[in-house]
Design a protein around this ligand. Structure first.
Ligand SMILES: [Cu+2]
Length: 394
């Protein structure tokens, strides 16, 4: 017979079997914790080390970048030592392939101020000729030239109080005349048309100091000026201006061509002239000529620019890059004190102005019309101070 215990077997209390499990778990946990701590510690140390390394690396990279930048800046500087970012030789108009050689071979108009003739009477003789000139490298134009040497006509330099006796001989095919802005005279008498083959003489007293335009006043004046009939007359004040080291005369003008002027000489495009859309703008008649053949000055010298804007229509915004006008006789008003510390001065078509700049540092200083379409079309030159290496364009 089966016997049954008097009391059911006691269930083992959980604690009994659990104790060794908890102990194991705790042991494992402690070991794991230890491992974690160790791993964490190692990771922390590694991270710190890595951070240090990264910091060092970053420093090295930064140093390299700085060095690289310096190197690249130096390279860029070397590459642009002679570059002012101006379109100094852009030839925005059409030129032949050998334009650079032609520009170098071109004899630049002598911008140097001629001496004032002695005596009370200054006789000026000009013989007008129809002739082909170059207005840009390889770009030929059928011009009407006051003196037989192209545009502008000769620089006339007199002293206040002198009498100018002007004789114009017309060697061209149609009537022409000459109008001096420096004169106070009845234009219907003095500035009359001179028939082909004829000569005409008139006199005026240069009583107003300044820098003035002269030009042909025969109708249509737009065409006669656009064809090259203009120049500058400087009337030096009796008491003189402050002494300077160099004096240059610049006549700004624009050209309107009915062709590119390369295969055959171009003539005036009157539609372009009326629309004020020049092919070329120039100082002394030829695009960029003083870029290739710079005007010169010595370091510390003062240079005086006598500027006339002949147009026929466009103004010139005269500016010298890299310096500031120490003296600017705006509107050629040299009977009064000049303005000082001026950056850019408007020289209106048919007007003039005088500028003094003292440049101490050797270098290439572009002079421009700061209406930059003019620079692109050729109204730019260089004042070369001292003997800087190279040129702007080479
Ligand atoms: Cu004329």
């Amino acid at each position: 017979m089966a016997t049954y215990p008097s009391s059911p077997p006691t269930r083992p209390t959980p604690a009994e079997p659990v104790k060794p499990w908890f102990g194991q778990f705790a042991l494992v946990a402690i070991i794991l914790l230890g491992i974690c701590v160790a791993v964490f510690a190692v990771a922390a140390v590694t991270t710190m080390w890595a951070a240090d390394e990264a910091r060092d690396e970053a420093k090295a990279v930064a140093a390299n970048v700085a060095a690289g930048k310096a190197e690249s800046a130096a390279t860029a500087q070397a590459a642009h030592d002679h570059n002012t970012a101006l379109p100094l030789n852009s030839f925005a108009g059409v030129v032949p392939d050998n334009a650079t050689e032609l520009a170098e071979a071109h004899k630049a108009y002598d911008a140097t101020m001629p001496a004032v003739p002695s005596g009370d009477l200054v006789k000026v003789q000009m013989t007008l000729k129809d002739m082909v000139v170059e207005v840009a490298p390889g770009v030929k134009y059928n011009t009407w030239a006051f003196d037989g040497h192209g545009a502008p006509g000769p620089i006339v330099h007199v002293r206040e109080g002198q009498t100018v006796e002007m004789t114009l001989t017309n060697g061209g095919a149609i009537p022409h005349s000459i109008d001096f802005h420096a004169a106070r005279i009845a234009p219907n008498v003095a500035f009359k048309d001179v028939a082909p083959g004829d000569s005409f003489t008139f006199r005026f007293e240069a009583g107003d100091p300044g820098v003035y335009m002269y030009h042909c006043g025969t109708k249509p004046v737009l065409a006669h000026i656009a064809n090259g009939m203009y120049g500058a007359i400087v009337v030096e004040p009796k008491e003189g201006l402050p002494a300077v080291d160099n004096e240059y005369v610049l006549v700004a003008s624009e050209w309107y061509l009915n062709g590119d002027g390369i295969s055959e000489p171009a003539s005036l495009d009157m539609s372009k002239a009326r629309a004020m859309m020049p092919d070329w703008t120039t100082f002394n008649g030829y695009a960029n000529q003083y870029v290739t053949h710079p005007l010169t000055a010595g370091p510390g010298e003062t240079t005086r620019f006598w500027v006339v804007a002949a147009g026929p229509t466009l103004d010139t915004n005269f500016h010298v890059v890299g310096t500031i006008f120490d003296r600017a006789w705006v509107n050629g008003d040299i009977a009064n004190p000049p303005q000082t510390g001026v950056q850019t001065v408007l020289v209106p078509a048919g007007g003039g102005a005088v500028f003094d700049v003292k440049v101490d540092e050797e270098g290439l200083y572009p002079f421009v019309s700061h209406a930059f379409a003019h620079v692109d079309l050729g109204q730019v030159g260089l004042l070369k101070v001292g003997n800087p290496k190279g040129t702007m364009t080479h």
